[in-house]
Design a binder for this molecule. Structure first.
Ligand SMILES: NC(=O)c1ccc[n+]([C@@H]2O[C@H](COP(=O)([O-])OP(=O)(O)OC[C@H]3O[C@@H](n4cnc5c(N)ncnc54)[C@H](OP(=O)(O)O)[C@@H]3O)[C@@H](O)[C@H]2O)c1
Length: 167
């Protein structure tokens, strides 16, 4: 194993087969990370991973439904994400998500994890019937920035692309 491979950064993106998640996956792959394409549907995940590989990235599909503990826990059982993935099984209100972010940030700080929440803006995707005014790539930018923070970066925060937001 080369030194470079030993230090390869890995990103797991849920909902990576379309919309903001896919745009984030594309940008992370362009930055040179290995990207795990989390998708509920195996075929859609494989197609997305293949498209990213065709563009020169290192991407691999994993079946992952965040409401299904079985797929969450088996998607990367030995990987660095295992401890964090169950958090995605909630379907929280914004206030619950805020509380969860701060709670996980405080619990995981000692292990070197940064936990932040992002507001992508109003993005043109299927989820809003394409009424958003930002492209998925623009919406994904803040996610990618937070996912690639240095170890001494902020934690327990809420950010848009323009900077910190009040909870
Ligand atoms: N668009 C906006 O303006 C906006 C603004 C603020 C926040 N957000 C948030 O950003 C996230 C992505 O939204 P989007 O606009 O990019 O929507 P989107 O284009 O509809 O994409 C949603 C993605 O999430 C996946 N997904 C849905 N339920 C899932 C589950 N149970 N487990 C795993 N994956 C699941 C979908 O997979 P399938 O293809 O299998 O359905 C799809 O890949 C959402 O959490 C949304 O609330 C969006």
């Amino acid at each position: 194993m080369s030194k470079q491979t030993a230090h390869q950064k890995i990103a797991l993106v849920t909902g990576a087969n379309k919309g903001i998640g896919r745009a984030a996956a594309e940008q992370l792959a362009e930055l040179g990370l290995t990207v795990l394409i989390g998708a509920r549907d195996r075929r859609r995940g494989e197609e997305t991973a293949a498209a990213l590989r065709a563009a020169g990235g290192d991407a691999h599909a994993v079946v992952l439904d965040v409401t299904d503990p079985i797929t969450v826990l088996t998607s990367d059982p030995d990987g660095p994400f295992a401890a964090l993935l169950p958090s995605a099984a909630y379907n929280p209100s914004k206030s619950a998500l805020s509380a969860l972010t701060v709670q996980y940030a405080n619990e995981l700080r000692k292990d070197g994890f940064l936990v932040n929440a992002a507001a992508p803006g109003y993005v043109d995707t299927d989820s809003d019937n394409h009424t958003g005014h930002l492209t998925p790539a623009q919406g994904a930018a803040v996610l990618v920035r937070l996912a690639t923070l240095d170890a001494d970066g902020p934690t327990a925060g809420f950010f848009s692309e323009d900077g910190p937001l009040p909870w």
